[in-house]
Design a binder for this molecule. Structure first.
Ligand code: ZN
Length: 281
């Protein structure tokens, strides 16, 4: 299944994309895509409820929201592609590098992204995001995929000065409002093998990142298992699996985002998302 959410920010309604690509409103199912939904076999219940049911189409031009309600955690993996570690002059990690992204940063896939006040180094990172399907604690790698609901596209926006030059932890440069657009949909794990997917990102139409999830240092099952040994993953939580080479920080000279820029990124089998950059209000 392909799940998405539609409507105004904060009051989105659930939807399902039909096999023919039609956007269907499934508000009548009565549940949003939340921790409670995923934690009570919501995917199976929704599939059974859908059956051959006729659902209304979503009106053309509706806003698309993030495909899940605000998660309890966005756990991000740093430096998980060798070529990205190299371009940032960081050592290849022996264990996954883990940091947290504020969940208040979540927005819809095509919403505007704000350059924070005082920012001169707002940057992009296309990433495959894993959505957790059931409570995961001390999970073995061999069983890890049983805990995955599905996948979506995440642009892990980053303010490099706040992240790297202002002292403290990476989190400062990762949590600004609007820094976590996700979508356009959640593709359920039964429909997508995450181990070999093309991913790409363009700024104003120019390709900046192009890689394949096969180049991850630590793959999805390893990451789910690894994180679950440090914190309990709840249904609906997100693990963002890291970005390949081609970020603005590593360009010569570096290139950072400014109001008016348009950033587009996508992952094979999931879809693409696009944001216009604006100044923070
Ligand atoms: Zn990242």
């Amino acid at each position: 299944m392909r799940l998405f959410r539609h409507g105004l920010a904060g009051v989105e309604k659930p939807g399902v994309i039909s096999p023919e690509g039609v956007l269907l409103d499934v508000s009548a199912f009565g549940e949003d895509y939340s921790e409670a939904f995923f934690g009570t076999r919501g995917l199976e219940r929704l599939a059974a409820w859908l059956g051959d049911r006729e659902c209304p189409q979503v009106p053309a031009g509706s806003r698309t929201g993030a495909p899940i309600t605000r998660p309890s955690k966005i756990v991000c993996i740093g430096l998980n592609y060798r070529d990205h570690a190299r371009e940032t002059n960081a050592p290849i990690p022996d264990e996954p590098v883990v940091f947290m992204k504020a969940t208040s940063a979540c927005i819809g896939p095509n919403d505007h992204v704000e350059v924070p006040r005082g920012s001169t180094k707002t940057d992009w990172e296309v990433e495959l995001a894993v959505v957790i399907g059931q409570r995961a604690k001390y999970v073995e790698t061999s069983a890890a995929m049983d805990y995955v609901a599905g996948f979506t596209v995440h642009n892990d926006y980053s303010e490099r000065e706040f992240q790297l030059e202002r002292g403290g932890q990476w989190d400062k440069g990762k949590g600004a409002d609007t820094f976590a657009p996700m979508g356009p949909c959640l593709v359920t794990a039964d429909e997508l093998d995450p181990s070999r997917l093309e991913l790409w990102l363009k700024v104003n139409g120019e390709v900046m990142q192009r890689s394949n999830t096969a180049d991850m240092i630590f793959d999805v099952p390893v990451l789910v298992s690894y994180v679950s040994h440090f914190m309990t993953l709840l249904p609906g939580d997100v693990i963002s699996t890291g970005t390949p080479r081609g970020v603005g920080l590593a360009r010569k000279p570096p290139l950072y985002l400014k109001p008016g820029d348009v950033v587009e990124c996508g992952i094979e089998g999931v879809g693409h998302i696009q944001q216009r950059i604006v100044a923070a209000r």
